[in-house]
Structure formats: structure tokens, C-alpha cells
Write a protein that binds this ligand. Structure first.
Ligand code: DC
Length: 232
């Protein structure tokens, strides 16, 4: 049975990871969260004081990129892979609002993108992967058999992210989260290197008013159809 690559792109909090995890589970594919990789680099930069309020030591960060090792290790209890930065499980720490606030400028650095894109291509070379991010269908795997482009209103997305952060015990306001979502949309879609855009052959899914089940039914049907085509 030939496997395919499923590329899922879209703005933050459009439910990419939820659908990607569901798909990976149903198809027995590997889920790769590329945003987690940019977040891990951001956490490294924050810890090493290479980025902070009103400063970014880009050149110093670029010189130290070789010190960063990012790996995914499957957590059987959770049913998906967690991200490790230099051997340390940072799955929770990379999801804080602090990391979210600094990740877009880090993800705009070409030297960072080059390293991470190479690693992502490596992880997908055997196919059988569901990868989500901003540039998967346009840059990482332009030849992916199925490309999805997820959208939802900024308010809806901020609401989801706000609920998630509250659940994790972070003290944040809805307005702070909305500001972060809008700021990242702006930087992620206007940066020079690999801005977020819908690939011409991507299927757009607006999930503002779809339930999780409705969305999954729609998407798994698309995936099964593609897999069937590939195996004909
Ligand atoms: O999907 P996420 O919100 O965890 O991603 C965090 C940030 O990383 C996002 O604001 C933009 C960046 N990113 C990117 O530039 N390219 C990707 N393939 C994935 C994420």
C-alpha cells in the first residue's frame, strides 16, 4: 500500500494539530508538528537571552544554531510525539504565551528555516506523514499528495487558544491572546521567507462553524480518496 504526504497549513489556532493528530491515528501515519520545532528554537533563544523585549540578537543566534538538537519522541500515553530540545522534554514549555509572543520573529529568520525545513524533509522522505505548519504545502513538500489550508476567524481562534491556556493554568486575558493571534497572523503572512499562503492546489477548510466530528469526516474522506488514487 503506497503512503502519501498530507500537508496542513493555516494561521495559528485553526485546529491544524487536532485534525492532523486524528488523521495520523486513523491512517497509522506519523504526525509532525513543525510549529513545535520553531517554538523549541524560540525557547532556546529566550533561555540564552538571544531574544527578549525589544531585542533580537540574530547573528549570535545564527552562530549557535548548531547547538540546538530537536527531536520528537512518541509518548504512548498521549498517543503522539512530544518535542525534545537537547534531550529535555519541552512539550509544555513551548506552548506558553511567552514563547508564542516571540516565535514569529524567530520563524522569520532564513537560517532557522533552512535547518528546520531540511529536517522536516528528512522526516517525510518515507511518506506516511501528516505535517502541519505554515509552509508545508508551498515549500517543504510542494509535491504532497493532499494539501489542506485551514481557516477560521481570528476571534474564534483566539477563543480556542485562550481556553487551552486557561486549561494549562496560565493566567492570561482573552485580549492578550487575541493580540498575539493577530500579531502572528500579520508577521507569518508578510515575512519575506516562506510567508503563509495557500498553495494553488490546497483545499481550503473553513472550520468556524464545523464541529470536530464534521471536520474529521470531511477530511478523512479526502485523505482516503487520495490514498486510493495513489494505489490504483
Ligand atoms: O503552529 P504554531 O502556532 O505552533 O507555530 C508557531 C509559529 O511558528 C507560528 O507563529 C509561525 C511559525 N511556523 C512557521 O513559520 N512555519 C511552520 N512550518 C510552522 C510554524
Amino acid at each position: 500500500m503506497k503512503k502519501i504526504i498530507i500537508a496542513i497549513d493555516g494561521f495559528s489556532s485553526t485546529g491544524k494539530s487536532t485534525v492532523a493528530k486524528q488523521l495520523a491515528k486513523a491512517l497509522h501515519y506519523v504526525y509532525i508538528d513543525t510549529g513545535a520545532m520553531y517554538r523549541a528554537v524560540t525557547l532556546f533563544a529566550l533561555r540564552e537571552n538571544l531574544i527578549g523585549e525589544n531585542f533580537l540578537h540574530q547573528e549570535k543566534l545564527e552562530q549557535r544554531l548548531h547547538e540546538i538538537e530537536i527531536r520528537f519522541k512518541r509518548n504512548p500515553e498521549k498517543g503522539f510525539a512530544e518535542v525534545y530540545l537537547n534531550g529535555e522534554n519541552v512539550e509544555d514549555e513551548i506552548r506558553t504565551l511567552e514563547v508564542s509572543n516571540y516565535v514569529s520573529p524567530i520563524a522569520a529568520i532564513s537560517a532557522v528555516r533552512k535547518i528546520l525545513v531540511d529536517q522536516q524533509r528528512q522526516m517525510g522522505k518515507e511518506k506516511g506523514v501528516v505535517m502541519d505548519g505554515r509552509d508545508i504545502g508551498t515549500v517543504v513538500f510542494p509535491e504532497a499528495e493532499l494539501k489542506l489550508y485551514m481557516t477560521a476567524s481570528a476571534e474564534k481562534r483566539a477563543h480556542r487558544r485562550y481556553e487551552e491556556l486557561l486549561e494549562r493554568g496560565e493566567e492570561v486575558s482573552y485580549d492578550e491572546v487575541l493580540d498575539n493571534v493577530v500579531m502572528r497572523d500579520q508577521i507569518d503572512s508578510s515575512r519575506k521567507d516562506s510567508p503563509l499562503r495557500k498553495a494553488d492546489d490546497a483545499i481550503e477548510i473553513d472550520n468556524s462553524s464545523l464541529t470536530l466530528d464534521e471536520q474529521f469526516e470531511k477530511i478523512i474522506a479526502l485523505a482516503e480518496e487520495k490514498i486510493k488514487e495513489e494505489n490504483e
